[in-house]
Design a protein around this ligand. Sequence first.
Ligand code: COA
Length: 188
Amino acid sequence: MAKESKSKRTYPWKTKIKGEEVILRLMTSDDREAMLEFARALPEDDLLFLAVDITDESAVDDWIRRLNEGIIHTILVEKDGKLVGHGSLLHEEQVWTRHLGGIILLLAPEVRGKGLGHILAGELFRHAEDLGLQKIVARMAADQKSAVQVFEKLGFNAEALLTDCVIDRNDRTHDLIIMSYDVTGFNE
Ligand SMILES: CC(C)(COP(=O)(O)OP(=O)(O)OC[C@H]1O[C@@H](n2cnc3c(N)ncnc32)[C@H](O)[C@@H]1OP(=O)(O)O)[C@@H](O)C(=O)NCCC(=O)NCCS
C-alpha cells in the first residue's frame, strides 16, 4: 500500500523533449477514456505484448481501482492536450515480495527515442525510493529486443529468462525476460 510520498516533485510539471513541450501528471479516474483512446491507437506490434490489455474497458477499470487503492502509481504524459504515454509502478501485493515494484513504460511511437522513457523511469525510481522499495522489476518478451536494450540503458540488469512464459494476444508463446534495477543504489 502506498505511503505518503517524501518526493519533492509535485505534479503536473512541464518539460521539453527535443524542443517539444510535454506535461507529466498523475493519472486519476477521469483518465479512463483517454487511456483507452491512447491504447487503442497503438500499433499492433505494441498491442501484442501488453502485460495489461488497456484497450479493454474492464482492464482500465481494474487499473483505476488499483490506482485508487495505491497499488499502482501512474504518471501520464500529455502532448498537445493528448495522452501519449504512461509510466507506472506496480507495488507487489504479496507479503514476501513487498520490497519489489513492477515497472511498465509505454509511449506512443511518435514520442519514442526522445528521452521520455528515461524521464519516466527516473520519476518512478524516485517514487519507489519514497515507498521504501528495494528493487524494480521489468518483465518483457525476449522478442522485444529494443525494449530490452532501452531497459539496459536505464540501468536494469537481465536476471532470468523463462521459456514460453509470455502468451501474446494471438495465443503464441514467447520467452519472458525478467530485468531488475536496484533502487537502493539510486542517487540523483
Ligand atoms: C520502451 C520505451 C518506453 C522507451 O522510451 P523512449 O522514450 O523511447 O526511451 P528513451 O528515448 O528515454 O531512451 C532511453 C535509452 O534507451 C536508448 N534507446 C531508445 N530507443 C532505443 C532502441 N529502439 N534501441 C536501443 N536503444 C534505444 C536511448 O538511446 C537511451 O539510452 P541513453 O540513456 O544511453 O541515451 C518506448 O520505446 C516504448 O514505449 N516502447 C514500447 C513499449 C515497450 O516495449 N515497453 C517496455 C515493456 S514495459
